[in-house]
Design a binder for this molecule. Structure first.
Ligand SMILES: [Cu+2]
Length: 587
């Protein structure tokens, strides 16, 4: 017996390190991110009433202890599973020393349950509990997050899955994946850094050696012109993202690449992956080398299945994909930040402990002329043809020769874009004189990959939506910004500068036209109502968040059927904080 004890003890000591790390992992990994996932026949675990406690707790993030905001002790928060048709009862208790809130992203609900402090309610004071109550009238993959200050950057977010009435998820098994970006810096410091030094987190700027190389290859004059132009735009050609892997640790279900979140499958099974981008600032390009993905839902809403090898997911967007791994081997789920400054990987595996090859990060991309919606121009290298008109250069210098590459003409292509006389004032460093539709483009850095990348024009609604009316009215909004001063706004006005809300008339059918007058991608999110993307497909896909590329114009149809005040904003957290936020009032 003594012998047995010693043997056991030795074994214990030997595995102490592993045990300790397992403990640490248990502390950080949300319990719902269990490797087995759920199978179609699993019992539905829906508590009638769900209690959520918001607190600040030390947790292991990657290899270091951070102080995230946790929900029921986890970061990200628990997976909330609701069922279509039920009444949601969610009690949120604030154990922080400041106000908090939860916004249910993509959920159609009454105005006072939407959780935006100052717009839908007062917020939740320290020590208080707010009882969210609403009828669940939809199904699909969604998420939830704080709408107070910069709390979202501290991990105040989690996944929300609503099962369809009949319980059929269209697969044998499912896993939920929420991507996020974590920094050990104080979010207020990050914001201050962005304000004081343009490109603070951009360590990928061109070096002097690269400049010499450019001069050698394309001559001094052209190089100089390029530099001058980028200088005038107050942008570095590599400012794809303004907060990057230089401060971020990218996480998949709260784990970094080292911790390797892993999920099980049985070869031959159909696995539904519910993929949510819960990042504060990071777009990801997602692929699973060796597996084709079939996208079946976008932003929680069903679409006609489309097979792809890779997709870009903007901040706050959601895609559901079905994969069918047939081989008895592990596969890497690879989420690469779109500026190529980092990645996070996880593993789909038939047994725990296996892993697959992790792809190399692809080289950093240059904004180049293509960023301005002038793909054809970029190739010819004609600097005169850019569609971005720097205001201080004056006049309209655009010679529009953009080649139409889409099959169908979109409504937005016939809409004449109006810029204000003032060119949106001091808040806009530039305006896009010739914005174009870019829905058919995969986005910067994905133009030349040799496999199928999802584009917005691939999205077709699975069925017709209830309101088939033509729009009665059109509203035009411009996405504007001033990179150097880190000012972000709509129509050149920060939220603090606008007179009042954007007015929707209750019951009307609206066309919302948006124009991106900046050099960055922005994921624009409307609360309370769906936006149907006019992408030339019918039924149109429904979105809660639409990402606009630089110099792009898009149009969306909205049924203004939700009375009250709703947030409308860029979902890049620091852009929202800087002023790219409006209230929409439906009355
Ligand atoms: Cu933005």
């Amino acid at each position: 017996m003594n012998n047995e004890f010693n043997k056991g003890r030795r074994k214990f000591i030997k595995s102490a390190f592993t045990a300790a790390s397992a403990l640490a992992i248990a502390k950080v990994a949300p319990t719902w991110a269990a490797p087995q996932g759920r199978s179609f026949k699993d019992q539905i675990l829906t508590n009638d009433e769900i209690d959520l406690t918001i607190a600040k707790s030390p947790l292991l993030v990657g290899n270091k202890v951070g102080a995230p905001i946790t929900i029921n002790g986890q970061m990200p928060g628990p997976l909330i599973r609701l069922k279509e048709g039920q009444r949601a009862k969610l009690n949120v208790t604030n154990r922080l020393s400041e106000d908090t809130s939860i916004h249910w992203h993509g959920i159609i609900l009454p105005e006072n349950m939407d959780g935006v402090p100052g717009v839908s309610f007062e917020g939740i004071k320290p020590g208080r509990t707010f009882k969210y109550r609403y009828d669940v009238e939809q199904n699909g993959t969604y998420w939830y997050h704080s709408h107070s200050g910069l709390q979202e950057q501290l991990g105040h977010l989690g996944p929300l899955v609503i099962e369809p009435k009949d319980g059929d998820i269209g697969a044998d098994r499912e896993h939920t994946i929420i991507l996020s970006d974590w920094t050990f810096e104080d979010p207020d410091t990050v914001f201050r850094n962005l304000k004081v030094a343009e490109g603070y987190y951009n360590y990928q700027k061109r070096t002097i050696f690269e400049t010499f190389e450019d001069v050698r290859q394309q001559g001094l004059e052209k190089t100089w012109k390029q530099r001058e132009m980028w200088g005038q735009m107050r942008m570095s050609p590599r400012d794809i993202a303004d907060v990057t892997g230089s401060t971020y640790t990218y996480l998949m279900n709260g784990r970094d690449s080292q911790m390797n979140w892993s999920a099980l499958f049985k070869p031959g099974e159909k696995v539904r992956l519910r993929i949510i981008n819960g990042s504060a600032m990071s777009y990801f390009d997602v692929r699973i080398p060796g597996l084709e993905m079939t996208v079946v839902a976008a932003d929680g809403q069903p679409i006609k299945p489309v097979s792809i090898d890779e997709f870009r997911i903007g901040v706050a967007e959601v895609y559901d994909v079905i994969v069918q791994p047939r081989k008895n081997q592990a596969y890497t789920i690879f989420a690469e930040s779109f500026d190529r400054s980092g990645y996070v990987r996880g593993t789909l595996t038939p047994e725990m402990g296996l892993e697959a090859e992790v792809p190399e990060l692809r080289p950093a991309v240059e904004r180049g002329m293509a960023a301005m919606g002038m793909g054809a121009m970029a190739m010819s290298g004609d600097m005169k043809g850019n569609s971005m008109n720097m205001k201080h250069m004056g006049g309209n210098n655009s010679h529009m020769t953009h080649k139409m590459t889409h099959k169908k003409e979109l409504p937005v292509e016939n809409i004449k874009i109006k810029h204000r006389e003032s060119g949106h004032g001091a808040g806009a460093a530039m305006i896009a004189t010739n914005p174009v539709s870019r829905l058919h483009e995969p986005g910067i850095g994905l133009e030349d990959v040799d496999h199928k990348v999802l584009v917005y024009t691939d999205l077709v609604g699975a069925h017709e939506w209830p309101d088939t009316r033509e729009p009665e009215r059109q509203i035009e909004l411009h996405l504007t910004g001033h990179m150097e001063r880190y000012m972000w706004s709509f129509d050149g006005k920060k939220f603090t500068e606008v007179d009042g809300p954007v007015q929707f008339h209750h019951g009307e059918r609206l066309r919302l036209v948006m124009v991106n007058d900046t050099m960055m991608d922005h994921p624009i999110h409307l609360h309370g109502m769906w936006m149907e993307l006019e992408n030339g497909q019918y039924p149109r896909p429904r979105k809660h968040t639409i990402s606009l590329k630089p110099s792009e114009k898009v149009s969306l149809l909205i049924t203004a059927d939700a009375p009250g005040s709703w947030a409308f904003h860029c979902h890049l957290l620091y852009h929202m904080k800087a002023g790219m936020f409006r209230v929409v009032n439906v009355a």
